[in-house]
Design a protein around this ligand. Structure first.
Ligand SMILES: NC(=O)c1ccc[n+]([C@@H]2O[C@H](COP(=O)([O-])OP(=O)(O)OC[C@H]3O[C@@H](n4cnc5c(N)ncnc54)[C@H](O)[C@@H]3O)[C@@H](O)[C@H]2O)c1
Length: 324
């Protein structure tokens, strides 16, 4: 009698449970890999996808915080190693076989956290490994973290001609932002090679965790403190919403979206901040909100249905009440 063929060629061990053969096999959930899921944004990203019915695997070099450990599965992967990336996106014996989508957040997350070349090499290698492994494995649904730094941030002394700034701006000023822009260019090329694929690079603003809003009080008298990115921020939960909508959208091809919250980081109208800090920059608001931020989110609203839910003033009041 010949030995039975290994079923791991078709499914992961954990997907093969002893089942009553008279009943239909259970349908598996759509599976998404979130890289950097242990990080500041990643923990909210993992929750967002789980809450919207996805099976989520967090691939990170660092384990999640204890409070997040049960939210999703974690696998320790160094994404700078192509072998680990292609293996992790293929299958894991007791975990899964096949991946439907990838949200790539892992990176050294800002300039000056490491020497320039270390940031560039670390970040670009991870982004390349993810896109190349996805190409080889025919994973065609990707959302990749880019950054507002691609605009040429800080805006001072690089003063923009007009605000809100739109997705056509490209003026990286650091090895970090250069790697982010090249990640966008990679997305363009990989989707040209496979027009059925979707790669969305999201230029996110300065990420805020819910506990950070109390800090906003510190700069209310000094617009210069938040002038560097056009007085903007992005709530980690709203950012996660944008990535989910990118993954769930039926778009094809390559797209770049700005993501920021709808309001500025001050209590006063943006036009007043502009007069003080950017008197020679045209202020061309896109909404009727006098506190609209300096990063345009019009494209994401229109094409992804992005709809930021949080505003720092409400969140700050909640923190003040909770501390009483
Ligand atoms: N935080 C911000 O204000 C901000 C703004 C714009 C863009 N971004 C981008 O958003 C993404 C998430 O940022 P964050 O603030 O959550 O950063 P973070 O540092 O909190 O999280 C990044 C995660 O990536 C992991 N990681 C790093 N190198 C890795 C590797 N080689 N293999 C596997 N995992 C690795 C880290 O362990 C960490 O958990 C990054 O791509 C960052 O560049 C962040």
């Amino acid at each position: 009698m010949s030995a039975p063929a290994s079923f791991t060629s078709r499914e992961a061990l954990s997907e093969r449970r002893l089942q009553d053969p008279s009943k239909p096999a259970p349908q598996r959930k759509k599976r998404v890999i979130v890289t950097g899921g242990s990080g500041k944004l990643g923990r909210w990203m993992v929750r967002e996808m789980v809450e919207h019915g996805w099976e989520v695997w967090n691939l990170d070099v660092a384990p999640p915080a204890a409070s997040e450990a049960k939210v999703a599965k974690f696998m320790q992967v160094d994404l700078t190693d192509y072998g680990q990336v292609v293996a992790a996106l293929t299958d894991v014996d007791s975990g899964y076989k096949g991946v439907d989508a990838v949200i790539h957040l892992a990176a050294i997350p800002s300039p000056s956290r490491a020497p320039n070349h270390v940031i560039f090499h670390t970040n670009i290698r991870q982004t390349y490994n993810i896109m190349e492994a996805a190409r080889v494995l025919n994973i065609t649904n990707l959302a990749i973290a880019s950054s507002e730094t691609v605009f040429g941030i800080p805006f001072y002394p690089h003063v923009p001609e007009r605000l809100p700034i739109t997705e056509d701006a490209q003026a990286p000023e650091s090895s970090y932002s250069l790697a982010k822009l090249l990640g966008e260019k990679m997305g363009e090329q990989y989707t040209r090679w496979n027009p059925e694929a979707k790669i969305i690079n999201i230029r996110l603003s300065n990420v805020m965790s819910p506990d950070q809003y109390i800090d906003f009080e510190n700069w209310q008298d000094d617009p210069w403190i938040r002038a560097w990115n056009g007085f903007c921020y992005i709530d980690a939960r709203d950012c996660a919403q944008a990535f989910r909508k990118a993954i769930e959208s039926s778009l094809k091809g390559h797209h770049v979206f700005n993501i920021a919250n709808a309001d500025n980081t001050f209590r006063v109208p943006t036009a007043d901040l502009m007069k003080k800090v950017f008197p020679n920059t045209k202020w061309e608001p896109e909404t009727s909100d006098p506190r609209e931020g300096g990063i345009s989110i019009k494209k994401a609203r229109e094409m992804l249905g992005f709809d930021p839910k949080y505003d720092w003033q409400t969140e700050c009041e909640k923190l003040k009440k909770a501390s009483k």
